[in-house]
Ligand binder design. Sequence first.
Ligand SMILES: *Cc1c(COP(=O)(O)O)cnc(C)c1O
Length: 397
Amino acid sequence: MTTESKSFGEFSPPVRLLLGPGPSNLHPRVVRALSAPILGYLDPYFLTLLDETMELLRALFRTANRLTFPLSGPGTAGMEAVLANMVEAGDRVAVGVNGLFGQRMAEIVRRHGGELIEIAAAWGSPIDPAQIEEVLKTRGPIKAVALIHGETSTGVLQPLSEIGRLCREHQALFIVDTVTSLGGAAVEVDSWHIDLCYSGTQKCLNAPPGLSPLTLSDRALEAIKARKSPCGVWYLDLKLIEQYWSRGRVYHHTPPTLLIYALREALRVILEEGLEARFDRHRRAALALYSGLAALGFELHVPTPYRLPSLTTVKIPSGLDEARTRQSLLEDHNIEIGAGLGPLRGKVWRIGLMGQNATLATVLTLLSALEQILRAQGRLEKPGASLQTAEKAFLDA
Ligand SMILES: *Cc1c(COP(=O)(O)O)cnc(C)c1O
């Protein structure tokens, strides 16, 4: 049969509960927004939506930065845009490397000709601010310091507030990746003195992948405009892209209309709930998960003060076939969780409770599926105990 004469099956992907490192499930209102009629990129109605999306994003990032918008492309596009626009040949850039995404940033700095100063920590520990201070004092001038706020490969939430101040003192720009933290934990761009901050839409925002919310301080914009050479990636040149996301509305590339509709709706959902209430819900759902997992005999990989509520890394007990268990969760229970990466491959699972999935109901669904699988393997000691423990932890939190 030729491709032309063959009939392809009906398109109907399974409905899964997405509790991995992203994407997360979409809110029904976001799904509806995706089927709205498409508009031209200079249509007055669409331009109003753009302005509103920028305003909603400023509230989420807690910033007054004028240039706050969704860049076309996934989280990695935000990462590359920020670094490609900031780094010129020979610029010294310090990058915190304590997981896969820090490694990715370091590689991008190298590719754009930057002089990389790596500040390392173990996969599961935060970067020590004292080490950053040391680098700023002894290896300067440093053009920028770049950190991952929520390291999705390890489950670490990096404390940031102190570091922004240090960067200001030493005239370094502060770059922060908030792909897995934005919408799930506090991100305070202005009060933490963050100059360039990017995120992703498919993690705690419950919107489809494909946009990278981005915000730049005036200091960052000045640094970009003061470059000696043009940005090496035309598609990500923020000096050019800014001209579309400001009064001039100069065409640079066609923005993904439907994704912007979806993001605007996702942001409305988030701000209707309220940021503090949302962060508190993430915190309580994570505590419920921790307690339930402990009742099943699992241990967590990250020490208490540095846990990222939206992504939990849990150690695989010895003798448990981690891949088979994950496969059973997916195939028999329609639940996706993530495997470990890099040095944590085979050693941990990564469980995401992102946005609307950060609820007690979701935690109980996962725990009860895990209980069934463990019982079938003869590994469950007290049936139901994890559910009761999780519920109590949620109510007590
Ligand atoms: C997911 C993620 C990214 C990359 O986002 P993509 O949308 O997959 O390109 C970057 N940084 C962190 C911390 C992430 O979790």
